[in-house]
Design a protein around this ligand. Structure first.
Ligand code: HEC
Length: 160
């Protein structure tokens, strides 16, 4: 082998080495970036078992059903007989506000419950229905509306 060919051969070997080193560095970088994004390598975890999602309660355990100034803090319901029956049956689909912002007579509360049972999959309330309806009719009854106040300082005009 001539000196020139020997040199070419060595150059080729160095060149191959460089490419290999470069490949290793590239792979290492890709892996390092991946490890940063997914440190537990969860994408490679073949364990199919689902992990439970832990939701932190923002309300302390003791305060969960705390009542202050006659108001059930968690829901805003008025504290009275049947409160927890109402909380347990009427807050799982919509907020308590949907209930407390309404004021109805007993008949209309029953009708609202029937409507939810017929169209919104509300369950049969059984003997809790009386407790709930009584609670609602008592604490969320229509505000009695008296006669409106007399009009004063009105400028009347003649109809022609
Ligand atoms: C199974 C689910 C579910 C449960 C449980 C439930 N509701 Fe509802 N309720 C609904 C849906 C759905 C609506 C309509 C929500 C909307 O319009 O965005 C609704 C609407 C209402 C409304 C508003 C009605 C109107 O005319 O606008 C009131 C008041 C109400 N619910 C009271 C109650 C009471 C009291 C209870 C407990 C007995 C209760 N809900 C339990 C599903 C439910």
């Amino acid at each position: 082998m001539s000196e020139e060919n020997k040199f070419k051969d060595q150059a080729k070997q160095v060149y191959r080495m460089l490419i290999m080193v470069w490949c290793v560095v590239l792979l290492g970088t890709v892996f390092a970036i991946y490890a940063l994004v997914d440190p537990s390598l969860s994408a490679f975890n073949t364990d199919e078992e689902l992990q439970p999602v832990v939701v932190e309660n923002t309300i302390e355990e003791d305060d969960w059903d705390k009542i202050e100034d006659g108001i059930h803090l968690r829901t805003g319901f008025v504290d009275d007989d049947g409160l927890m029956t109402v909380v347990n049956n009427c807050t799982s689909c919509h907020s308590a506000k949907m209930v407390t912002q309404n004021r109805m007579t007993k008949e209309r509360w029953v009708a609202t419950i029937r409507w939810m049972q017929e169209t919104q999959n509300l369950w049969d309330l059984g003997k809790n229905e009386d407790i709930i309806v009584n609670y609602l009719a008592k604490n969320y009854a229509p505000k009695s509306m008296g006669r409106r106040a007399n009009l004063e300082n009105v400028e009347w005009y003649e109809l022609n």
